[in-house]
Design a protein around this ligand. Structure first.
Ligand code: NAP
Length: 297
């Protein structure tokens, strides 16, 4: 039996449509259009693609997109000065500084300088803290997208055994907080976890955020479990021709899909949700900062 394939692309399209409706509502009822500022330092090719896509989707949702592209040699003080100006600009509702930053700039210093109310990446320590004590917060986009997919794939998350493989600050840890908020019983596994396959087999909900191609095998999956694969790994694909590559997740998809109740593909699962959640966070930030009703996603 093959599990249901969770269509992240379709769900992301619906989320973008919901955001566009909220943006139109803000314009009509409160007379403003939310603005998202994205800052890119340097010419990292992957970051350039991300920033271009973010700008395009921001505009498509009816919001204003403000791009700031700075040369790789930009001094930290200059970047901090730009962040301070964006913090002070009332027309800017969200600020995202694309990571990674060049080595001479301190990422923690820059993330700490962003106004927590405009921190649409949810990386500021204030938002991390608010999420962990159960207060309203801006939460990191990828785990937010995973939570939306999991919530809809499983009839009830309350009491579910959730196992997250990976404990990074951008995926694993916030994922754990969000699933605790959904009343799951949460286990966070990592590179030092003993008997990882056995731990994974306990999961009603298995979230893989490791960065190792197809590490999680089909027989690590509990029959009927929901599997959310965050991993994006590029591997050689000689079958497509010399030098060709393809994307795979952290889960051996073909094997796991035979056992799982529902599973996200890579690509087309969690990936498309991430930028859609950035747009959702921007309208959330706009509503929170301006004292309007905060949308729930
Ligand atoms: P990361 O910071 O490198 O963290 C990887 C985590 O996996 C660490 O906690 C590490 O454990 C754990 N790990 C590594 N090898 C392991 C093993 N053999 N067994 C068990 N755990 C192991 O990565 P990340 O930033 O969280 O990203 C994870 C993956 O998600 C990557 O493929 C990344 O490209 C992808 N990603 C996708 C999106 C998206 O939009 N879809 C967004 C972000 C990330 P230790 O802590 O013990 O080292």
């Amino acid at each position: 039996m093959t599990g249901k394939i969770i269509d992240g692309k379709a769900r992301a399209a619906k989320l973008r449509a919901d955001v566009a409706e909220i943006v139109a509502g803000f314009h009509k009822a409160a007379g403003f259009t939310p603005g998202l500022a994205v800052v890119l330092v340097g010419e990292d090719p992957a970051s350039q693609v991300y920033v271009r896509n973010k700008g395009r989707e921001t505009l498509a949702s009816g919001m204003r997109s403000l791009e700031h592209r700075l040369p790789a040699k930009t001094a930290e003080a200059e970047l901090l000065d730009l962040v301070a100006r964006l913090n002070a600009d009332d027309g800017v509702d969200g600020i995202l500084v694309q990571l990674p930053l060049p080595g001479h700039i301190s990422e923690p210093a820059v993330l700490a300088a962003i106004d927590p109310q405009k921190d649409v990446d949810g990386f500021h320590i204030v938002n991390v803290g608010r999420l962990s004590v159960g207060l309203d917060a801006l939460v990191p986009c990828t785990p937010l997208g995973c939570t939306i997919l999991a919530r809809e794939a499983m009839s009830d998350l309350t009491g579910a055994e959730a196992v997250i493989v990976g404990r990074s600050n951008i995926v694993g840890k916030p994922m754990a907080q969000l699933l605790l908020k959904e009343n799951c019983t949460v286990t966070v596994a990592h590179s030092r976890t003993r008997d990882l396959a056995d731990v994974c087999r306990r999961a009603d909900l298995l979230v893989a955020a490791v960065g190792r191609p197809e590490m999680i095998r089909g027989d690590w999956v509990r029959p009927g479990a929901t599997v959310i694969d965050v991993g994006i790994n590029r591997i050689p694909a000689p079958e497509k021709g010399e030098g060709k590559t393809r994307l795979v997740g952290d889960v051996a998809f073909a094997e796991a899909a035979e056992i799982a109740g529902a599973i996200t593909p890579v690509p087309g699962g969690v990936g498309p949700m991430t930028i859609a959640c950035l747009l959702a966070n921007t309208v959330t930030a706009a509503a929170m900062r301006r004292g309007l009703e905060v949308p729930r996603f």
